[in-house]
Design a protein around this ligand. Sequence first.
Ligand SMILES: NC(=O)c1ccc[n+]([C@@H]2O[C@H](COP(=O)([O-])OP(=O)(O)OC[C@H]3O[C@@H](n4cnc5c(N)ncnc54)[C@H](OP(=O)(O)O)[C@@H]3O)[C@@H](O)[C@H]2O)c1
Length: 303
Amino acid sequence: MIRETAQIRNTVQGTMEDTAQDTVLLPDGTSMPRFGMGTWHLAEGRRPQSQELNALRAGLDAGITLIDTAEMYADGKAESLVGRAIKNHDRSRLFLVSKVYPHNAGRRHLRQSLEASLSRLGTDYLDMYLLHWRGSIPLSETVECMEQAKSDGLIRNWGVSNFDTADMQELFATDGGDACAVNQDLYHLGSRGVEYDLLPWMDAHRMPMMAYCPLAQAGTLRSGLTSSPVVRSIAAAHDADPIQILLAFVLRRDDMIAIPCTGSAEHLRSNLRARSITFSDDEITALDRAFPAPTEKEPLDMQ
Ligand SMILES: NC(=O)c1ccc[n+]([C@@H]2O[C@H](COP(=O)([O-])OP(=O)(O)OC[C@H]3O[C@@H](n4cnc5c(N)ncnc54)[C@H](OP(=O)(O)O)[C@@H]3O)[C@@H](O)[C@H]2O)c1
């Protein structure tokens, strides 16, 4: 773990300034943006949709091309919102990710789900299609359907979400399962369990992780996170706020894609600024002391 932390520190120095173009390499040699916009809880009527549309458009205008959504979010309305936001943007420059419900991830329904997502998004392909979490449909059947959708040009790549190390091993033991391009899991400063054996496994397979809840849902997922004196003093030193420190912590790893969600253009701009925060070795040590990396296997954290 010490070796890994040192390696991360060495590799991230100087990369955060390269903001909108910052990418990771996928196992098939194509690249994927390292910073995107999440969409869970958008289009649920929590605020005027014009505000949420403005936030997504502010991100697109700032050069953010990755958007993460799912058929589940607001029963498809989040995908429709994204479709409105990207309408006048060059599709070839975007990286759209959506997810299929586990109960739809088989021969009976996957194609129908995928086509409905494409229609709501107003596009004819996804850059990445994820199995949202494991269900009862055999992995072999999901892999077969994903590969068929790829052959048919409806998706460029596919991946999984909420898979722990044993799930990944089982997937890779499944015929064609090693074509999986990403795994999307919960990861933030207050929940570092994936650092124990999942991230090392994924690194060994050159597979990036998509970190969901990188802001710990504005700090609410763990008490004492945004009020931590360590987080607050590091924030002050960078003329930042604690939420930006949470985001910078996730982005410090160059094998990590972060997809913070906001329906506020102001928050969006604040999140963009977090990409230029680089921690000193002392700051990393202080964060590690306050919110230690795991020393044993922990159950996969999920939302
Ligand atoms: N695969 C999965 O099972 C799974 C599960 C959960 C999430 N996800 C994906 O990951 C994305 C991110 O996760 P998440 O949305 O749950 O959590 P998150 O990104 O950690 O936090 C979102 C919350 O933070 C607030 N926020 C955003 N920027 C802020 C800022 N600068 N200052 C203060 N508050 C701020 C947002 O409110 P405002 O809108 O008011 O800014 C929202 O309440 C989701 O949207 C979704 O796309 C995937």
